[in-house]
Write a protein that binds this ligand. Structure first.
Ligand code: ZN
Length: 150
């Protein structure tokens, strides 16, 4: 499995992997290593973390990512405009445009583009887990905003 550094940094950066391991109660590695030491390999069934001697399945990774995105999204300001939503970014004043198209929800941010372009090619197993519907916290924020204003 050859996953690009671009996709790895958007899908399972070291700090996310460390968080998922803690979330799953797999913390023995913490006595010897920090998250910076973790070596991560994409396997067919999930990501293998050598220092922790364990695999996080793609389903588990996605469950965590979805929860984390929802938590971030709930704090983001959303503005409904014609044809979509402007969602403010977390760290800066940037805004991202979210809209719905025939391929589903889309966003103008880098994470969304990375997921849409790279996951089907580099990690088709993960694409299956998300049912071919890439998301980012902006999309989740727009979705929540839309649901609550119905
Ligand atoms: Zn986005």
């Amino acid at each position: 499995m050859q996953v690009s550094s671009q996709l790895q940094s958007q899908l399972f950066p070291k700090f996310t992997v460390a968080e998922v391991l803690k979330h799953l109660g797999r913390t023995k590695w913490e006595s010897k290593y920090t998250e910076h030491n973790l070596t991560i390999e994409a396997w067919a069934v999930g990501i293998w973390i050598k220092e922790a001697g364990t695999i996080i399945s793609y389903r588990q990774l996605n469950e965590y990512t979805r929860l984390a995105s929802t938590e971030i999204a709930s704090k983001l300001p959303v503005e409904k405009v014609d044809g979509g939503w402007w969602v403010k970014s977390r760290q800066c004043d940037d805004k991202h445009f979210v809209t719905t198209t025939r391929i589903g929800w889309t966003c103008s941010c880098m994470k969304y583009r990375c997921w849409r372009n790279r996951i089907p090619v580099e990690l088709p197993m993960y694409w299956k887990v998300i049912n071919g519907r890439p998301y980012c916290h902006h999309i989740v924020a727009a979705y929540l905003h839309n649901k609550s204003s119905d």
